[in-house]
Design a protein around this ligand. Structure first.
Ligand code: SF4
Length: 151
């Protein structure tokens, strides 16, 4: 079971574009996906980050994984994990520690270093014609990625 919960993604069109890719991949793989669209709230996300920009990734991982853990508990899933563990561009150790701090006896955080499948995963995504993001997600990361275009 997949859970698409990304209130961090800016702007809304990017959120929808990534959601569309998740839906396509899930269809091919035969995975059901719950979407957290009703919780997509950029104002709330930015209020959590403002004046804490230096810690924003830690807060972001924590809040998304907490919501995922709660969903796993509600659904009776014994394990939960995250695609963040796949990315070579994420702060892997922070993701791992956030997940481990949220695991419970009823829903354990499943840690695995999915980065070992990085190249294969990217190739497969391309073969499937899936959109691949070119910045992490929030407005801060979008600015960092493209600021050089300002000249
Ligand atoms: S850079 Fe990525 S992980 Fe960090 S706050 Fe932004 S969206 Fe979240």
């Amino acid at each position: 079971m997949g859970f698409y919960f990304n209130p961090n993604i800016h702007p809304l069109k990017e959120y929808l574009r990534r959601a569309d890719s998740v839906n396509k991949a899930a269809e091919v793989l035969g995975i059901r996906v719950i979407r957290g669209d009703r919780e997509y709230d950029p104002e709330k996300f930015l209020r959590q980050m403002v004046f804490r920009e230096e810690q924003r990734c830690s807060l972001c991982y924590q809040s998304r994984l907490e919501r995922t853990r709660n969903m796993a508990l509600k659904g009776g899933f014994a394990f939960f994990t995250t695609t963040l563990l796949f990315s070579k561009r994420q702060k892997h150790d922070l993701v791992k520690s956030a997940g481990e701090s949220l695991g419970t006896k009823k829903s354990v955080f499943l840690y695995e270093d999915f980065r070992q499948g990085w190249h294969e995963g990217r190739e497969t995504a391309d073969e499937m014609g899936l959109y691949r993001q070119n910045y992490c997600g929030c407005i801060y990361s979008e600015f960092e990625r493209f600021r050089s275009e300002l000249g």
